[in-house]
Design a protein around this ligand. Structure first.
Ligand SMILES: NC(=O)C1=CN([C@@H]2O[C@H](COP(=O)(O)OP(=O)(O)OC[C@H]3O[C@@H](n4cnc5c(N)ncnc54)[C@H](OP(=O)(O)O)[C@@H]3O)[C@@H](O)[C@H]2O)C=CC1
Ligand SMILES: CC(C)(CO)C(=O)C(=O)O
Length: 326
């Protein structure tokens, strides 16, 4: 299977390396030339901990290039699947500068574009810009950390749910079951636990609230996920964010699991020694995905004429941590 991965970051390198290790033809499209050269010459190395020993997988051969130079190459040799693996902030640029400039007839013919982003907003953007393409969400709890241009640490095994996000009318004309199952089989061969879901939107909102409760607080208090549970003050604020989120979901008619609060507590326990992605971004001075996480809950609330003051406060506190305006 031919797979294009846009964004050679933590998740991009992990999926690229693992999928290449089971015989897929993987191309990684990077931002910088330096990373592309290194990936072409040295491949990808994946480290993970199994008990007390460190397992090293690789070097895993992939083809790599600079995204801005990908258009003519892609039009000559399109892939079966495109995995979109940049952060939310880059999606608009990737869509306007790359995806909308690829040969559209070929793009609608490919099996699909898989979006791995946390938060919401990107799917609507893609649907608007490339309306006839098969767009999928991949909601994953895999944990990866990029250590260098070609080294990635697989910090935790998780589950990846894949589901179609195309408009209902389009879906009827698309016979995509075989393609989806083939992709799932490659992901499973590569060692990823995954499944197809007809309710991917519910998974998306489930993960959204998990991230909206955990991520900003870990970044503001500069703590690991498990440390959220050490005091009743911390849990009380998490609960306020949760309850307000649920109020918004109810107002919008968004379906949520009755045990979602327990799931959030469990994520903190299962990932207790993890640094959340938002805390990681804050630590290294990168911009965060707060606008697409808590900011989305604020926008959903506004769409119903209600307020999500706690989530708004999280947005303001995290945005205020930036040392300079972008
Ligand atoms: N990491 C994880 O464990 C998980 C991540 N996610 C989600 O997956 C998404 C990606 O996260 P993650 O992999 O951690 O992020 P990273 O920041 O590690 O990776 C993003 C990559 O995209 C690259 N990139 C940015 N702009 C461009 C561009 N214009 N052209 C080509 N490449 C570009 C970056 O390049 P450069 O290095 O040059 O900046 C970087 O390598 C996020 O939305 C995150 O929420 C979801 C679950 C788990
Ligand atoms: C689930 C959680 C909070 C795990 O760290 C995550 O997805 C993130 O850090 O973005």
């Amino acid at each position: 299977m031919k797979i294009d991965i846009i964004g050679g970051g933590s998740l991009g390198l992990l999926f690229a390396g693992k999928l290449a290790s089971v015989g897929n033809e993987v191309r990684v499209w990077c931002r910088g030339q330096e990373q592309a050269v290194l990936l072409n010459s040295e491949g990808i190395l994946i480290n993970s901990n199994e008990g007390s020993s460190v397992i090293e997988l690789g070097p895993l051969a992939v083809e790599a290039g600079v995204l801005e130079e990908s258009i003519s190459k892609w039009d000559e040799t399109p892939s079966d699947w495109i995995f979109l693996m940049t952060k939310q902030k880059e999606i608009e640029k990737v869509v306007s500068r790359i995806l909308t400039r690829l040969d559209y007839n070929r793009l609608v013919e490919i099996k699909g574009i898989l979006c791995f982003q946390n938060g919401v907003g990107h799917i609507e953007l893609l649907k608007g810009a490339i309306p006839h393409c098969r767009i999928y969400s991949a909601i994953t709890t895999e944990a990866a950390r990029k250590d260098s241009h070609n080294k990635v640490f697989h910090a935790g095994h998780g589950m990846t749910m894949v589901g179609s996000q195309v408009h209902k009318e389009l879906e009827e004309g698309m016979n995509s079951d075989i393609d989806e199952k083939a992709l799932l089989s490659e992901l499973q061969k590569a060692g990823f636990q995954c499944d197809l879901s007809k309710e991917i939107v519910n998974h998306m909102y489930r993960k959204l609230l998990i991230n909206a409760v955990i991520n900003p607080l870990t970044a503001i208090w500069r703590i690991q996920n498990g440390e959220l549970l050490v005091s009743s003050q911390r849990i009380d604020l998490m609960r306020k964010l949760f309850d307000e989120g649920i109020e918004v979901y109810n107002a919008c008619g968004i379906v949520w699991d009755i045990d979602l609060w327990d799931q959030i507590m469990n994520v903190c326990k299962m990932t207790s020694s993890n640094t959340s992605s938002m805390y990681k971004d804050v630590k290294v001075g990168h911009s965060t995905e707060i606008q697409w996480i808590n900011g989305s809950i604020v926008s959903l609330a506004e769409s119903q004429g209600i307020h999500a003051n706690y989530h708004q406060m999280m947005v303001e506190l995290i945005e205020g941590m930036k040392e300079k305006e972008e």
